[in-house]
Write a protein that binds this ligand. Structure first.
Ligand code: 6PG
Length: 253
């Protein structure tokens, strides 16, 4: 039994979004009670969009401690915010522009800069915000992650040297679909979070979910998300979970 890994299956993509909202609101309120703020890093991609869109609607609008919430990004495509490929642009349309978070608490990755400069700038911002000493790593309360059909997560793609990064908090890489220069948090940051949630929906992801959770294929970037002190929860809809054995579901329920 691998410790700290939980799997939850929802009947539909909508039920999946509701589960993710309930978990996030619980973690946010717990974080504020314990540490007076909630720090979350959000991913792009299409899967979390139904969840993001509900954030500005009741009951989530009232349930979330927005005044104490700080929103960061797990990764970003190096394009201006108005570009349809921008993760920040999509989040702005889905929820950032509709929730009462003080503007200074929204921390988009600078997708419009030269990628290396953007990575340095975001890393410096994390060091300042979290008050890190040299070599320190931020502890996010929550990382919301997705997985691609090739097993990538954040903008950490199979076979790239970015997977071995141990020192930097933020790096620039090129890859993905759309194939673009991107900025991404690195494993040291992702794996230091108190909680990571993978949100996965659809039959098209069933194969890769099996490769990660059942075969534990270590070449797959998502497989290497193992919070050092925290927990990882895989929230799957029934289609995404369809190739998992009862054994694995039972082991991590
Ligand atoms: C990105 C993401 C990426 C995403 C997966 C899943 O910017 O592309 O952060 O890691 O989470 O590619 O994307 P879908 O939800 O669109 O399948």
């Amino acid at each position: 039994m691998e410790r700290g890994i939980h799997i939850e299956v929802a009947d539909t993509a909508e039920a999946l979004a509701l589960k993710a909202l309930r978990m996030s609101a619980r973690m946010a309120n717990e974080s504020v009670r314990e540490r007076e703020r909630f720090t979350v890093a959000v991913s792009g991609g299409s899967t979390p969009r139904p969840m993001y869109r509900k954030l500005s609607e009741e009951p989530w609008r009232s349930e979330m401690p927005w005044e104490r919430t700080h929103i960061f990004w797990v990764d970003e495509r190096c394009v201006p915010a108005r570009d349809p490929a921008s993760n920040y642009g999509a989040s702005k349309a889905d929820f950032i522009g509709r929730i009462p978070v003080p503007p200074g608490q929204i921390h988009p990755m600078p997708g419009d800069l030269d990628p290396d400069e953007g990575a340095e700038r975001y890393e410096a911002g994390l060091i300042r915000f979290f008050g890190l000493k040299p070599g320190g790593v931020p502890v996010f309360d929550l990382m919301l992650l997705g997985i691609g059909r090739d097993g990538h997560t954040a903008s950490l793609f199979p076979g790239q040297t970015s997977l071995d990064e141990k020192d930097r908090l933020v790096i620039s890489v090129t890859g993905g679909d759309p194939f673009l220069p991107r900025l991404t948090l690195t494993y040291p940051v992702i794996n230091y979070a108190r909680h990571a949630i993978f949100l996965v929906s659809g039959e098209g992801k069933a194969d890769i979910v099996r490769a990660v959770l059942e075969h534990r294929d270590k070449t797959l970037p998502a497989q290497r998300v193992r919070p050092t002190h925290g927990e990882v929860t895989w929230l799957l809809d029934r289609d995404a979970a369809s190739m998992l054995s009862q054994g694995v579901l039972h082991e991590h329920s």
